[in-house]
Design a protein around this ligand. Structure first.
Ligand code: GRF
Length: 209
């Protein structure tokens, strides 16, 4: 049976679209996007999902305690029998309640090589620090900000003339590919977690001749 992905977003939704494209094209096989959930009214990503005929839910977080909001989101995901939750520009920390409901089944993408530059404006942080390379990270989600075992990373050069915007655009292009690879791996189940390390199962060896 197709694995069901729930995407949580708060804004633009380009990573959501990249995942939706990959599902549609079979780059993420045997999967479907069951629902896209936003905590913000008017998030462009939700319009993008609607335009694709994907079910959407807006569950405003304003005025709610973290766990109160998470209970509504979890109920929505459980109703849709979601197997994997993908955070895609979802601007909220998850409560322990949420994490426990989906153990090792929540992924996030962050635009830096974690553990460098967690939090907001990661590309600006990288530029201001003066690193020559940055990138993006897909990791399992725990209660801490941009923490949790790392599934995949991609490296992007920082150029002398970069602004936060030009760097963010270069990183974003990698994000779109990396998220697909990470989701494919996690849905395949061909990995194990040892401590902080997510280790992909060994690729089958070529047959000796
Ligand atoms: C991306 O840079 C992602 O890494 C970060 O938030 C941004 C979301 O962009 N977590 P989009 O909404 O997917 O276009």
């Amino acid at each position: 049976m197709a694995k069901r992905i729930g995407v949580l977003l708060s804004g633009r939704g380009s990573n959501f679209e990249a995942l939706a494209d990959s599902v549609a094209a079979g780059r993420i096989p045997d999967a479907e996007i069951a629902v896209a959930v936003s905590n913000r009214e008017g998030a462009p990503g939700i319009d993008r999902a609607r335009a694709r005929g994907i079910e959407t839910r807006v569950i405003p977080s304003k005025g709610l305690q973290r766990e109160e909001h998470d209970r509504l989101v979890v109920a929505t995901l459980e109703e849709r029998r979601v197997d994997l939750v993908c955070l895609a520009g979802y601007m909220r920390l998850l409560s322990p309640y949420f994490i426990q409901k989906f153990p090792q089944r929540i992924l996030n993408i962050h635009p830096s090589l974690l553990p460098a530059f967690p939090g907001l404006e990661a590309q600006r942080q990288a530029l201001e620090y003066g690193v020559k390379f940055t990138g993006c990270t897909v990791h399992f989600v725990d209660e801490n900000l941009d923490a949790g075992p790392i599934v995949a990373q991609a490296v992007v050069p920082v150029r002398d003339g970069d602004t936060p915007e030009t760097l963010a655009a270069r990183v974003l292009a990698e994000e779109h590919q990396l998220y697909t690879e990470a989701v494919r791996l996690v849905l395949s189940g061909k990995f194990r977690i040892e401590g902080r390390r997510a280790i992909a199962a060994e690729a089958p060896r070529a047959k000796a001749t």
